[in-house]
Design a protein around this ligand. Structure first.
Ligand code: SAH
Length: 399
C-alpha cells in the first residue's frame, strides 16, 4: 500500500471540507512539512485527531492535493479508480449514443471524484490529461481501469504539470493503434479537425460545445460576425454554418491561420469567402474603428492571461476595457458573446464587468442568454471555482 501521511486541517477550513470542498489548500493544512513525495496518500484529521478524509499529495496551483474519499476504510487501489471511472462513463452514456457528437469529456477531475485528472473522448481515441506528478503516480491503476472498461482505437496523454517550469514536449501516445491526425470529430453535426499529438492543445475546446450550437442555431443568421481570440476559428465555423453572411477571425498566433482554414474546409465552407487575420485583437479593434467597421455578432473569448510584445492582458482586470472596445464596433441590436474561463471570479462579478463596460460606454444593454459548463464537464456547483466557464450573450440596445 502507498504510504499514508497524517495532516491536520486548520479549523477555519473544516466547514468547507465537510461540505465537500475537494481541493486540499496549502493554507488549510497545519503540518505540510510532513509531505515528502507526490503521490503519497494523505489522511486528513481535525485537531482532536478525528478522521475527515483521505486524499493524495500532488502540487497544483493553490492546492497540495485532492480529497479522494471521506470513507475512512476505503482503500485507494485499482478497484477504487475503476469504480470512479465506471461511474463517470455511465454518466456519459447519452453522449456515447449520439452519432452527431463524437467528442466529449468522459472524466472531469474533481467533478468525477478525482482532482487532477481529465479524460476526453475523440471518436474512439482517449486523451488523458495529468495535472500533477502526484496523480501521474497512479497512472497504472487508471490505464488498467480504462483499458478494461472501454474499447479504444488509441490512448494519448498530456502531462500538464511542469518538471522544470515548462510544458514538456513529448510523444503523447500511450497505447493502441496510433492515429492518423488530424481526425475529424463531430459536434452537433459540425465537423472539427483534431490532433492529439501536436503540443498542448488539440484544436477544439470541448467546454464551448453548447455555445457553438447556440450561436449556430439562434444568433448567426445573416450576421457579419467577428470572432476575437479565435484560435482555430471554431466559433466562426459555427456562425458560418448558421448562415452568417461573413465571418472575421482574429488571433495573434501564426498557426491559427492554417488551423482556421482547416476547420472551415472540413465543413465544406469556402475559407476564401471568410476573413482570417493573424494579428493582435487590440490592434484589430483600432483598425475597425478607423475604418468604421461594425459587426452584428462579436465573440470575446480571451485566455485568462495573455502576454504580447506590447501588453499583458488579464481577464480579472481588463475585461471591462475589452468589452468597451467590442461595444464600440457592435451594431445597434447586435449581440456580444462575452466568455471567460477565469476561475478566480464567478458569474456575479463577471456581470459587474459587463455593467461597467456598458455604463462607461453610455450604452444600454440586455442579457439575452447565459451559459456555463456543458453536462459532460461535471462540476460541483456548490463551489463556483470548479464551474469556471461563464458565457453571457448581450444585446446592445442603442447607438
Ligand atoms: N476562442 C477560441 C479559444 C481561444 S484560446 C476557441 O473557441 O477555440 C486563446 C487564443 O487567444 C489563443 O489562440 C491565443 O493565440 C490568442 N491570443 C492571446 N492573446 C491575443 C491577442 N492579444 N490578440 C489576439 N489573439 C490573442
Amino acid at each position: 500500500m502507498t504510504k499514508m501521511i497524517t495532516l491536520r486541517v486548520d479549523q477555519s477550513f473544516l466547514a468547507d471540507l465537510k461540505r465537500g470542498y475537494p481541493l486540499i489548500l496549502k493554507e488549510a493544512v497545519v503540518n505540510t512539512d510532513m509531505l515528502r513525495e507526490e503521490g503519497e496518500l494523505i489522511r486528513l484529521v481535525d485537531r482532536a485527531n478525528r478522521y475527515l478524509a483521505t486524499g493524495y499529495y500532488g502540487n497544483q496551483n493553490k492546492g497540495i492535493g485532492w480529497v479522494l474519499t471521506t470513507k475512512e476504510h476505503e482503500e485507494i487501489d485499482g478497484a477504487f479508480f475503476k469504480t470512479k471511472l465506471k461511474t463517470a462513463l455511465d454518466h456519459r452514456a447519452d453522449f456515447f449514443e449520439d452519432s452527431q457528437t463524437t467528442a466529449f469529456r468522459v472524466f472531469n477531475g474533481e467533478g468525477d471524484g478525482i482532482g487532477g485528472l481529465t479524460i476526453d473522448y475523440f471518436d474512439g481515441y482517449y486523451m488523458v490529461s495529468w495535472y500533477s506528478d502526484g496523480i501521474y503516480s497512479f497512472k497504472q491503476y487508471i490505464y488498467d481501469a480504462l483499458a478494461e472498461l472501454v474499447e479504444f482505437k488509441a490512448i494519448y496523454e498530456k502531462k500538464r504539470f511542469d518538471t522544470k517550469g515548462q510544458y514538456i514536449e513529448q510523444d503523447d501516445f500511450v497505447m493502441g493503434e496510433p492515429g492518423d491526425f488530424p481526425i475529424i470529430i463531430k459536434e452537433n453535426g459540425m465537423n472539427f479537425a483534431v490532433n492529439l499529438n501536436d503540443g498542448a492543445m488539440t484544436g477544439i475546446f470541448l467546454d464551448q460545445r453548447d455555445v457553438r450550437r447556440t450561436i449556430r442555431d439562434y444568433y448567426a443568421e445573416d450576421t457579419n460576425m467577428l470572432n476575437t481570440f479565435s484560435y482555430t476559428g471554431a466559433f466562426s465555423v459555427a456562425a458560418a454554418l448558421g448562415g452568417a453572411k461573413e465571418t472575421t477571425s482574429v488571433d495573434l498566433a501564426k498557426r491559427s491561420l492554417a488551423k482556421t482554414i482547416e476547420q472551415f474546409s472540413v465543413n465544406g465552407i469556402d475559407y476564401e469567402a471568410q476573413n482570417i487575420k493573424v494579428m493582435d485583437v487590440f490592434d484589430y479593434f483600432k483598425y475597425a474603428v478607423r475604418h468604421n467597421m461594425k459587426y452584428d455578432l462579436v465573440v470575446l473569448d480571451p485566455p485568462s492571461f495573455a502576454r504580447s510584445k506590447k501588453m499583458t492582458f488579464s481577464t480579472a482586470k481588463d475585461y471591462p476595457k475589452l468589452l468597451m472596445d467590442a461595444i464600440s464596433i457592435t451594431e445597434k441590436n447586435g449581440i456580444i458573446v462575452a466568455s471567460t474561463n477565469n476561475a478566480s471570479f464567478g458569474m456575479k462579478k463577471f456581470k459587474t464587468f459587463i455593467d461597467k463596460a456598458f455604463k462607461d460606454s453610455n450604452t444600454r444593454y440586455k442579457i439575452v442568454e447565459q451559459s456555463s459548463l456543458p453536462k459532460d464537464f461535471r462540476a460541483n456547483r456548490d463551489f463556483p471555482e470548479f464551474n469556471y466557464l461563464k458565457v453571457v450573450f448581450i444585446k446592445k440596445l442603442n447607438k
